[in-house]
Design a protein around this ligand. Structure first.
Ligand SMILES: [Zn+2]
Length: 592
C-alpha cells in the first residue's frame, strides 16, 4: 500500500492553519500565546480547550483529548487518517507524495489480518457445527426453546464448540496456523502439564465482533451442568478487551442511529431476542455493569443510552464511573426497571412482550435519579443514623451529575424525603467531591486495556507529579534523557509508563508523529508538550519530582513487605525512606 510520505505529512501540518480549522467548530479567543475556547468534544460552560498555534497542537484540560491538526480533522469530521491528510492537503494546496511503507508495519498488519482470518474461519466452523452435527442437537433445542429463530441465530453467526479437546487445535494447524497463533487469539490454552487444548468445548458460541463486524473473540455458554462456569469468554488478548466491547454493535449501529438511542442488556440471547422482536438498537455488555470505556464508545454514536440490566445489583462504584463519563460527554444514561425474575429475552418471547419491553424502555428514568431512589427506598427515615447514611450514599451520585437543573430537582427531593434543608444536602455534595488532591485510585494492572481520557481533576497526585516531571523532560531534553533513564516501572502509573516509552523513542520531537490510532496516548503527549511550554523547568524541580515519585515507590514496597510479614525487609526499606526524606527536604530548600 502506498503511504503518504513523512515529508508530505510535515508540509501539510506546516501549511494548515490549526486555529482556522478548529474555529469552524468552536469560537477561539486569544489568551497569551494560546487560543482558548469551549471544548468541541465535551459539554462545558467554562473553556478548558486550548490551541497552540505555533506548536500546532490542541488539548482539552477537561476531557483529555488532544493532538495535531490531522487528529482534529479525523475526530471532528469522522475521517480516517489518510482521508484527513488528503482533505487538509486539498484545502491548503499541498501536493502529496506517496512512498512504499515500512516493511515491519506491513508485516504487523499482515499478521493481524491472518489472525482475523483465523477467528473468522473458526466462527464459521462453529456455526456450521451448530446446524450440522448431531452433538449440537441439545443446543439447537435449547435455543429454540428460548424462542430464537434460525434467521436471527444465523444472522449473529451463533455456533457450537465440539466436545473434543483438540478440534480447533488440530484443524487450525491443518489450515496452516501455528499453535502460537491459536494461543494469540485465545482459542487454545495450556493445561497444568503444559499440554495445549481447546478453550471452548461443548458450548454454544457467540462470536463477539467490533463495529465493523470483525470477529475479535467469543462468548461460550455451557451446555452441560457439570461444566463449571456457565459463561466463558475469550481471555484478554491483543484483540479482545472485554471491558471495551459491546456485543451486537455491528448489527445494532444503524438502528442506534435511527432510534437516536442505544439499549444495553446483559446477555447474548437477550440481544438476539430483542433484534428478532424488532428492538434492533440493542447491544450487550459482558458483565453486570456498563464500563466507562463502553460509555465512551457509545458516546461517539448516540446521546442517549438506556440500561435494561439489573442496575440494582451492578456495583455502585462502576455505575458512578459510568455516570461521570457520561456527564462529561453530553450523554444521558437511563435505567429501565425490569420486572423481578424476568429477563428481556423471556419477556419478548411472550405474547405482546415486545410492546411491554418498549414501554419499559420509554419509561426509563435517569440513572442518577434511579440510584437516589434506590437509596431512599431502603432508608428508614425515622432513624437519624439511617438518614445520615442515606445522605452519604446519595452525595457522590449527585456530585457526579455536575451543576444541572435535574440535580437541583433531585436535591430538593432528597431534602424533602429526609426532612433536611436543601442547603445541607448541597453541603454534603461539595464535601463528597474528590478533593483536588485526588484520592489515590486502585492501581491499574500494567498492560490492561487503555482507559479513556480522564478529567484533569480525577488525576491522582502521583499522576500529576509524573506529568510535571515528564513535561520538564521535554522542556530540558538533556536532563530529560537522564530522568527518562532513571524512571522505572515501579515509579509510574500505567499511563505514565506509556508516555515514558513514547518519550524514550521520540526524544527530540515527541509531538511530531503522534500515534493516530491511540487517542489516549496522543492526548497525553500533547498535554505534556503544551505543559512543557508553560511550566518553568529546572534541574532542581525535576530532581524534587523524581524523589517524590521515588518516595511513593518505597512506600509501596514497605507496605508490600508488611503484608508479607517480612519485617527485616520492611525495616531496611524504612531506613532508605528516612534517608530519602532528608534528601527531599534538602532539595526543597535549594528549590525555594
Ligand atoms: Zn474536552
Amino acid at each position: 500500500m502506498a503511504l503518504i510520505s513523512p515529508d508530505s505529512l510535515e508540509r501539510v501540518k506546516q501549511a494548515a492553519d490549526i486555529v482556522e480549522v478548529i474555529s469552524a467548530h468552536t469560537d477561539l479567543r486569544r489568551a497569551g500565546a494560546r487560543w482558548t475556547g469551549l471544548c468541541p468534544f465535551h459539554e462545558e460552560r467554562t473553556p478548558s480547550f486550548s490551541v497552540d498555534g505555533q506548536e500546532k497542537l490542541y488539548h482539552c484540560f477537561g476531557c483529555g483529548v488532544g493532538g495535531d491538526v490531522i487528529k482534529f480533522v479525523e475526530e471532528k469530521e469522522g475521517l480516517g487518517f489518510a482521508e484527513a491528510v488528503e482533505s487538509l492537503a486539498d484545502r491548503y494546496g499541498v501536493e502529496l507524495e506517496r512512498e512504499q511503507e515500512d516493511p515491519r508495519a506491513e508485516a504487523r498488519r499482515q499478521q493481524r489480518r491472518r489472525l482475523e482470518q483465523l477467528l473468522d474461519r473458526v466462527a464459521a466452523y462453529y456455526a456450521s457445527y451448530l446446524w450440522e452435527s448431531s452433538e449440537a442437537s441439545k443446543a439447537r433445542e435449547y435455543l429454540a426453546e428460548r424462542g430464537l429463530g434460525e434467521e436471527a441465530l444465523r444472522g449473529f453467526g451463533v455456533g457450537y464448540a465440539p466436545s473434543a479437546w483438540d478440534k480447533i487445535l488440530v484443524r487450525g494447524q491443518q489450515a496452516g496456523f501455528s499453535v502460537q497463533e491459536l494461543h494469540g487469539v485465545g482459542l487454545v490454552q495450556k493445561n497444568r502439564d503444559g499440554r495445549d487444548y481447546d478453550r471452548f468445548r461443548s458450548r454454544i458460541m457467540f462470536p463477539i465482533r467490533d463495529r465493523r463486524g470483525r470477529v475479535l473473540g467469543f462468548g461460550g455458554r455451557a451446555m452441560r451442568s457439570e461444566q463449571g462456569a456457565k459463561y466463558v469468554n475469550t481471555a484478554e488478548t491483543d484483540f479482545f478487551h472485554k471491558s471495551q466491547l459491546l456485543y451486537g454493535v455491528d448489527k445494532a449501529k444503524a438502528a442506534i442511529a435511527r432510534a437516536a438511542r442505544a439499549v444495553v442488556v446483559e446477555g447474548y440471547t437477550d440481544v438476539l431476542a430483542l433484534h428478532q422482536a424488532g428492538v434492533e438498537e440493542t447491544v450487550a455488555v459482558m458483565g453486570t455493569a456498563i464500563t466507562g470505556e463502553q460509555v465512551a464508545a457509545l458516546s461517539g454514536m448516540v446521546e442517549e443510552v438506556v440500561l435494561a440490566l439489573d442496575a440494582d445489583s451492578a456495583g455502585q462504584e462502576a455505575m458512578l464511573r459510568a455516570q461521570r463519563m457520561a456527564a462529561g460527554r453530553k450523554m444521558r444514561l437511563r435505567v429501565a426497571t425490569m420486572p423481578a425474575g424476568e429477563d428481556p429475552a423471556e419477556m419478548v418471547a411472550a405474547e405482546g412482550g415486545a410492546e411491554r419491553f418498549r414501554a419499559l424502555i420509554d419509561a426509563a428514568v435517569e440513572l442518577n435519579a434511579f440510584q437516589v431512589g434506590l437509596v431512599l427506598d431502603r432508608t428508614d427515615v425515622a432513624s437519624p443514623a439511617e438518614r445520615d447514611r442515606a445522605l452519604s450514599e446519595v452525595a457522590p451520585v449527585l456530585g457526579a451529575m455536575g451543576e444541572t437543573a435535574s440535580r437541583d430537582d433531585l436535591v430538593r427531593q432528597v431534602a424533602e424525603r429526609l426532612d433536611l434543608e436543601p442547603a445541607m444536602v448541597m453541603g454534603r455534595i461539595v464535601a463528597a467531591r474528590p478533593a483536588s488532591g485526588g484520592a489515590e485510585q486502585a492501581p491499574v494492572r500494567a498492560g490492561a486495556a487503555p482507559a479513556p481520557p480522564r478529567r484533569a481533576a480525577e488525576l491522582t497526585s502521583r499522576e500529576r507529579r509524573e506529568r510535571a516531571l515528564l513535561a520538564m523532560c521535554i522542556a530540558l531534553p538533556d536532563e530529560g534523557r537522564e530522568y527518562l533513564g532513571r524512571l522505572t516501572d515501579a515509579h509510574l502509573s500505567p499511563t505514565g509508563l506509556r508516555a515514558v516509552a513514547w518519550l524514550r523513542e521520540h526524544p527530540s520531537d515527541p509531538a511530531s508523529n503522534l500515534p493516530h490510532d491511540d487517542g489516549e496516548l496522543s492526548g497525553l503527549i500533547t498535554e505534556l508538550v503544551m505543559l512543557a511550554h508553560d511550566e518553568p523547568a529546572s534541574r532542581e524541580s525535576m530532581e524534587l519530582n523524581f524523589l517524590l515519585l521515588e518516595q511513593r515507590r518505597l512506600e509501596g514496597e514497605i507496605a508490600a513487605a508488611g503484608e508479607r510479614d517480612d519485617y527485616e525487609r520492611r525495616a531496611a526499606l524504612s531506613r532508605d525512606r528516612a534517608v530519602l526524606v532528608e534528601q527531599i527536604a534538602r532539595t526543597q530548600r535549594v528549590e525555594s
